[in-house]
Design a protein around this ligand. Structure first.
Ligand SMILES: [Zn+2]
Length: 351
């Protein structure tokens, strides 16, 4: 069974087109600010049937078919995260309340699905605040998670979200339901989900609702359970908030300060996904600093924050200079098939 490519199943062709063009950005958008590492569970005994958790997310609601979606979710014992659009909540507060009544987590997906990276900081602030208020007033729940429309983000938006107590969450797996994917394609995409990961789906799409029983059958066969998304790590965890047993993220070792360098840079890797990972570098000994970092080909740095980067001619060596955002900068690296290499810090110098 094939979905028509030419249109009617697409919920919004312009949005679909945007999505297509933004896939690279989506893949690189990182949860940057709260790069505090994964918590390690003290007791691995809870929820014996679950070897891990995944976050099922439904964007752009509430819609006219939210109740139909909730019926399917309840029938399959699914708790999911609903990234709601503020004006939709304002227009249909009872549907938002029904989400919470059905055991779903409600989260912030902006006021009207605008391209937020072109907003000023105060516009971002007002957009997210207004959405939080609408959700809180409809449901009594204050959102703790935020997904930017189209997955488009930047450091200003992440900082604004963080200041409002919102953890940015993008996704690991795109169901492609917005792009006319058939039920079997949606099920197949969801079958790539691994422990801790998050999948993008949408409220208001029939194929998505029809795929849920098969998605759940696949997850059950792998002992993966639907979980909540942790506001502290952005990863899927058990519904009570207990993170699943996990290995501690690898930690970096300090570089030897080069002679006369005057500072030390230490790298950690707080977030690792299937195709990319984040590096967080903390500088000690200087507030004005320059750090040179090299990645191993074919890995590529795709996004940076809290510093001003420049690149050598190969594109694999980045020079990051302080820009007043403090002593910790970060970046996302696409693995491009090499999942084991990690960046090397070549030098840390003052000024
Ligand atoms: Zn959306």
């Amino acid at each position: 069974m094939f979905a028509s490519i030419s249109g009617p199943r697409r919920p919004s062709p312009p949005r679909a087109a945007r999505h297509a063009r933004r896939l690279a950005v989506l893949a690189t958008a990182a949860v940057a600010l709260a790069a505090t590492g994964l918590a390690v569970a003290a007791t691995p005994s809870s929820a014996a049937a679950c070897n891990g958790y995944v976050g099922l997310t439904f964007d752009d609601g509430p819609t006219g078919s939210t109740n139909a979606l909730l019926s399917v979710l309840r029938a399959n014992n699914v708790r999911a995260t609903m990234f709601n659009v503020g004006q939709n909540v304002q227009g249909n507060p009872s549907a938002a309340r029904a989400q919470v009544d059905a055991g779903m987590w409600v989260a912030n997906h902006s006021w009207n699905h605008a391209h937020m990276t072109s907003m000023s900081q105060s516009q971002m602030q007002s957009d997210l605040s207004q959405t939080n208020s609408a959700i809180q007033s409809a449901t009594g729940v204050r959102p703790q998670l935020f997904r930017p429309p189209y997955g488009e983000t930047n450091s200003t938006l992440q900082s604004v979200a963080s200041s409002l107590g919102l953890r940015q969450v993008i996704w690991d797996v795109d169901s492609q339901d917005w792009n006319g994917a058939s039920v079997s394609q949606i099920v197949s995409n969801a079958s790539r989900l691994q422990d801790g990961q998050v999948i993008l789906m949408h409220d208001g799409i029939q194929n998505t609702r029809d795929a849920i029983p098969q998605i759940m059958a696949n997850l059950n066969s792998r002992s993966l359970c639907p979980g909540m998304i942790s506001p502290s790590t952005g990863r899927a965890v058990a519904p009570d908030g207990t993170p699943p047993p996990t290995t501690a993220p690898p930690t970096g070792s300090p570089t030897t300060p080069p002679p006369g360098g005057g500072c030390t840079a230490t790298a950690t890797f707080p977030n690792v996904w299937g195709d990319r990972y984040n590096t967080s570098v903390t500088v000690q000994g200087a507030s004005n600093w320059t750090v040179v970092v090299a990645v191993t080909a074919p890995q590529r740095i795709s996004t940076t924050w809290n510093g001003t980067p420049s690149w050598d001619s190969t594109g694999y060596v980045m020079t990051m200079r302080s820009n007043g955002s403090g002593n910790t900068f970060g970046f996302t690296t696409m693995m491009n098939g090499n999942s084991s290499a990690r960046p090397q810090i070549r030098s840390c110098t003052t000024g």
